[in-house]
Design a protein around this ligand. Sequence first.
Ligand code: 1GP
Length: 262
Amino acid sequence: MKILSTKQPDILRNLCKPEGLSNAIYQNILKSIAENKKLLAVLIDPDKFAIEDVSWFIEKLNQSIATHVFVGGSIVEVNATERVVSEIKKYTKLPVILFPGDVTQITDYADGLLFLSLISGRNPEYLIGKHVASVSKLRNSSLEVIPTGYMLIENGKETAVQRVTETKPMPKNNIQNIVDTAKAAEFLGMKLIYLEAGSGAAHAVTSEIISSVKQELQIPLIVGGGIRTINQLDAAYKSGADLVVIGTAFEEDASFFEQLKK
Ligand code: 1GP
C-alpha cells in the first residue's frame, strides 16, 4: 500500500474543508441561481469616489436590491482601494469583492477577489502576467479568490479597459466567437464569466450575446457596462445574466437607488 508523503496534508486539509468556509461568496452565487434570485453588484471606483461620501452612499445601497459591492477601476491611486474598502466595510454586511485593474488594488480588507483573466484579448500580462505578480499578496491572504473569464465586448467607443490593457474588444457581431471564448474559459476551470461593455459604455452588451453565451454555460454569468435603467437591468436578467454590475449610473446620480429599493 502506498503511504501518503508528508507533503500532502495541505491537499487533504483542503478536501476536508467544510463546505462554504473558503468559498462562501461563490457558493452563495450558485445558491441564488438555484433559487432563481437575480444578483446586483454596485461598482465603486475608488478613483472617482470621495471617502467622505462612502457612509451615505452605502446607506442607500443597503436599502436597495443590491447584493454585492464591487470595488475597482482601470487606474486607481495606490492605497486608495484599501482606504475605500475599509470604509465600506464599516457600513455594510454585503460581500465586498475586488474587481481590480491592477495588482496594487488587492487588499485584505475585502471579502473576495475576481481573479480576472482578460480572455477577450491576447495581452499575456492580462492573461497570466499580473496574476503571477499578485501571488506574493495572495499567498497568505484570507480573500476568496474567484477565477473569472473577463471579456470586453465592443460597445461603439473606446473604453478605459481597452486603453490600459492595450487589447481590442471582441466584435459584437461575431457571436459564435464570443460564445466559444466563454466556453473555453469554462473548460479551463474558470468559475465565472464576466461580459463587459466597459464602464460608461454607450451600448450595453446585447440581449442576443447574453442569451447565446448563457445557453452554453454551466457557470454563472456576470454582465456589466453601460446599464443605466431598470429596463436595461431587467433585459439583462431576462437574457440570462445572473449578476449585473452597475457603476456609472450610481456615480452620476445616486437617486437611481430610489428606483431599486428592496
Ligand atoms: C464596468 O461593468 C462595469 O467595469 C460597470 O459599468 O460603470 O457602465 O455601469 P458601468
